[in-house]
Ligand binder design. Structure first.
Ligand SMILES: [Zn+2]
Length: 115
């Protein structure tokens, strides 16, 4: 199902992005407005608008975002100190691009509860 979301254009190479991770199902790049020393977005190659649109057939794809997060955390040197992997759903939670993306944040202390 084609989509013209910003992140689909990155997946398609129509908008350049420096990828820090690539797999068959996911790609990752740095957030343009970083909220921590490490702030990487992991997105599925497949267009899925929000968590509310995830179906059982997407489970392997969504799971692969966490495999990516683990590898990115290791390569960024934040795996042992700790990091956050969080996905926002809809505007009320702060989602601004409607193509799901896992935020991988680290390099500073993380508070709980998040704001
Ligand atoms: Zn998309």
């Amino acid at each position: 199902m084609p989509s013209d979301s910003l992140f689909c254009k990155i997946v398609a190479g129509e908008i350049p992005a420096e990828l820090v991770y690539e797999s068959d199902t996911a790609v990752a790049f740095r957030d343009i407005n970083p909220q921590a020393p490490t702030h990487v977005l992991v997105i599925p190659r497949k267009h899925i608008s929000t968590i509310n649109d995830v179906t059982p057939s997407d489970e392997a794809i969504v799971g692969s975002l966490y495999t990516a997060a683990k590898e990115i955390a290791a390569s960024e040197g934040i795996a042992d100190d700790g990091y956050r992997a969080v996905m926002n759903c809809n505007e009320g939670a702060g989602q601004s691009v409607f193509h799901i993306h896992l935020h991988v944040l680290g390099g500073r202390p993380m508070n709980w509860p998040p704001g």
